[in-house]
Ligand binder design. Structure first.
Ligand SMILES: Cc1ncc(COP(=O)(O)O)c(C=O)c1O
Length: 394
């Protein structure tokens, strides 16, 4: 048999699946996978049911139905403060991941380099590599997750095409400040680079922080593709609906790529979300209030267990450091062992830190816990963690 394409050589099932398997075996609670088990809001479900019953079953426009692009345009103008002017600057895709695929295929040649920040979201790296694009990771400072702009500028080469910013970030919870984004923009302009921003967690921001979109800064919109979607905000990761916003010429090309790769996003589900938008402000307020309580519970629990925690500024993950535990507890010598130790002794799963670093060794003392869970499930998980540490099991 002729060999499979070499682009598949490095593809492996991530640790996250193995963790899911292990935690299911002990009937435990999975705080590993970044999936949210909260219900999708009723108005969206009802509108989608009506769309299905109304036979909204055929391909839509390749860039999404107008009825959905219009409220997205309004949202990015008001919430994100982007200078987008018409719905031709909006493209709906199969999740923000579909929009990301369309963006990188539109911007990058094989061999180009894309700079991103570490710890990173694994799919960003995986997708870039799949298309022969080289990800170049710039480490954020370890505790506060600040950006070293000199280090960033030092890795810019002739081959650099774009910088990828995830804010609020998975897994660190870092939110880029307006100052940081302005400094980044100077570099983008100086070296004539594109920016792609992943803003999927834009509504989960804590302690009164305001989400800032790079493309809202003067001079940034023309070189930025802003990605977001509905998966996280409306608890509908499996519906696969997301979008990109940017300059019309770029979005037009991205739409053509999106057409070839996906044809369109799921038709009845597009109608479902379109007809339920805009959602009432109270929805967002309540979501944020709930996540703030869950963040506190998760972070306080991990601190009580001996982890060092930089509380996330946004998103819904706690990226906890256990280097201190590794010194005086058996079973915590590295991230994989610590994950197994927690699964076997507390019945709670997390993601080993190596998944978020180019050099796995850099993630050796980190674990990611996802707190996008129903409150009773999260309380149960936190009780199990505290119990395991206090009863001397660990
Ligand atoms: C940073 C980030 N971007 C994108 C996604 C996936 O988004 P979507 O469901 O819109 O493809 C995730 C999911 O975990 C994520 O953490």
């Amino acid at each position: 048999m002729k060999p499979l394409a070499t682009r598949t050589d490095a593809l492996r099932q991530s640790d996250i699946r193995a963790v899911t398997f292990a935690v299911n075996r002990v009937n435990g609670i999975n705080l590993g996978q970044g999936i949210c088990d909260l219900p999708t809001p009723d108005p969206i479900k009802q509108a989608a049911i009506e769309a299905i019953e109304g036979d909204r079953s055929i391909y839509t426009a390749y860039n999404g139905i107008r009825r959905l692009r219009a409220p997205i345009l309004e949202k990015v103008q008001t919430f994100n403060r982007l200078p987008a002017k018409n719905d031709a600057e909006v493209m709906v895709s199969v999740g923000s991941t579909g929009a990301f695929v369309s963006a990188v295929l539109t911007l990058c040649e094989p061999g180009d380099e894309v700079i991103l920040f570490e710890p990173f979201y694994g799919y960003h790296i995986g997708i870039l590599k799949l298309f022969g694009i080289t990800p170049v990771a710039v480490p954020l400072s370890r505790k506060e997750w600040t950006v070293d702009f000199e280090a960033l500028e030092a890795v810019i080469t002739e081959k650099t095409k774009a910088v990828l910013v995830c804010t609020p970030a998975n897994p660190s919870g870092k939110m880029w400040t307006e100052d940081e984004l302005a400094t980044l923009l100077n570099l983008l302009q100086k070296h004539d680079l594109w920016a792609v921003t992943d803003e999927i967690y834009e509504y989960m921001t804590y302690d009164g922080r305001r989400h800032v979109s790079l493309a809202s800064l003067p001079g940034a919109y023309e070189r930025t593709i802003t990605l977001s979607g509905f998966s996280k905000t409306f608890n509908m990761t499996g519906w696969r609906l997301g979008y990109a916003v940017g300059p019309e010429e770029v979005i037009a090309k991205m739409g053509l790529v999106n057409d070839l790769v996906y044809i369109c996003a799921p038709a009845p589900l597009q109608y479902g979300v379109a007809d339920a938008l805009p959602m009432d402000e109270t929805y967002y307020d309540q979501m944020l209030a709930d996540y703030a309580v869950k963040r506190a519970l998760m972070c306080e629990t991990l601190e009580a267990c001996g982890f060092d925690v930089t509380w996330p500024e946004g998103a819904y993950y706690t990226f906890a450091n256990f280097e201190r535990l590794s010194k005086d507890r058996p079973g915590f010598s590295d991230d994989r062992e610590a994950t197994n130790t927690l699964i076997n002794n507390s019945g709670v799963a997390c993601v080993p830190g190596n998944s978020f670093f180019a050099n796995p060794e850099d993630g050796r003392y980190f674990l990611r816990f996802c707190y996008a869970k129903e409150m009773d499930v999260l309380e149960d998980a936190c009780g199990k963690l505290r119990g395991a540490f206090s009863q001397g099991k660990l």
